[in-house]
Design a protein around this ligand. Structure first.
Ligand SMILES: O=C(CO)COP(=O)(O)O
Length: 252
C-alpha cells in the first residue's frame, strides 16, 4: 500500500448473471459491509444490471462503475453507452482498456485514451487497465509494454490524484496464476515512477490496483506490497463473501 492513500477494492463482474443475480450479489455486498475494511469498495456490473445493483446498494454505501463506455458523448452510435449515461445510472467510475476489450474488441491505446477523456468530461473516474501477455513477460518486455500502454492510454488531463490504474497481467486473469510478489512490486514501482514523472505532484497518490486471480487467500500478501493500493477482482467478486474477504485483507 502507499502511505496516506485509501485502498480501493473493485469488483469487475464482467458478462455474468441475471438481473436477479445482480440484485442478490449487490445486496450480499451491502449486507456484509459491517465487516471491517479500510478500503473503498466499487462494483462494476454489466450495463443492464447497473440500475438494479445501484438501487439494491442504497446508491451510496459502495461505489458503482461501468465496465466500458463510448468515446463519443452522444449521438448516432448504435449499441454504445456514453459516460454521461453511466453517470446518470449512478456510476462514479468506469473501467477502460481491460485486456479482454483490447483483445476481443481490438481496443488500442489511442481509443482507451479517447474514452478516458470522455469519462473525465462526464465527471467520472477512469480505471485504466494495462498488462502484458505471457509471451511479452517471457521475452523480458513486461515493464516496457506496460510503460508504453500507460503513456498511450492516459490523456494529459488524467486526474492523477484521484484516478485509478490497474495492472492486470493478461496471463493471470482467470487462470489462478499470479506473478510473484517481487514481480508485482517491481511492476508497480515502475508504474509509479512513470506516473510521477508524467503527473508530478499527483501521480504519487494515484491508486494503483493489481488484478489477476486475486482471492481472499492471496489478498493479504498482495495488498501489503508497496505501491499496491487495492485490487481489481474478477471471478472472486461474483461471490459476496469472497469479495468482502478480499476487502477485509485491508486493515480497518
Ligand atoms: O480481469 C480481472 C478483473 O478485471 C481479473 O479477473 P480474475 O480475478 O477472474 O482473474
Amino acid at each position: 500500500m502507499t502511505p496516506g492513500v485509501r485502498p480501493l477494492i473493485a469488483g469487475n463482474w464482467k458478462m455474468n448473471g441475471t438481473l436477479r443475480d445482480a440484485a442478490a450479489l449487490a445486496e450480499g455486498v451491502r449486507a456484509g459491509l459491517e465487516q471491517a475494511t479500510g478500503a473503498d469498495l466499487l462494483i462494476c456490473p454489466p450495463f443492464l444490471h447497473l440500475h438494479v445493483a445501484a438501487a439494491s446498494m442504497g446508491w451510496k454505501a459502495v461505489a458503482i462503475g461501468g465496465q466500458d463506455c463510448a468515446a463519443e458523448p452522444n449521438g448516432a452510435h448504435t449499441g454504445d453507452v456514453s459516460a454521461a449515461m453511466l453517470a446518470d445510472a449512478g456510476c462514479g467510475y468506469v473501467i477502460l482498456g481491460h485486456s479482454e476489450r483490447r483483445a476481443d474488441r481490438g481496443e488500442t491505446d489511442a481509443l482507451v485514451r479517447a474514452k478516458a477523456e470522455a469519462v473525465i468530461d462526464a465527471g467520472l473516474i477512469p480505471v485504466v487497465c494495462v498488462g502484458e501477455t505471457e509471451a511479452q513477460r517471457d521475452s523480458g518486455q513486461a515493464e516496457a509494454v506496460v510503460a508504453a500502454q500507460l503513456a498511450g492510454s492516459l490523456p494529459d488531463g488524467f486526474p492523477a490524484a484521484k484516478g485509478v490504474v490497474a495492472y492486470e497481467p493478461v496471463w493471470a486473469i482467470g487462470t489462478g496464476r499470479t506473478p510473484t510478489e517481487a514481480d508485482i512490486a517491481a511492476m508497480h514501482a515502475r508504474m509509479r515512477a512513470e506516473l510521477v514523472a508524467r503527473f508530478p505532484g499527483e501521480g504519487e497518490t494515484l491508486r494503483l490496483l493489481y488484478g489477476g486471480s486475486v482471492k481472499p487467500s492471496n489478498a493479504v500478501a498482495i495488498l501489503a506490497l508497496p505501491n499496491v493500493d487495492g485490487a481489481l477482482v474478477g471471478g472472486a467478486s461474483l461471490k459476496a463473501a469472497d469479495f468482502l474477504g478480499i476487502a477485509a485483507a485491508v486493515p480497518a
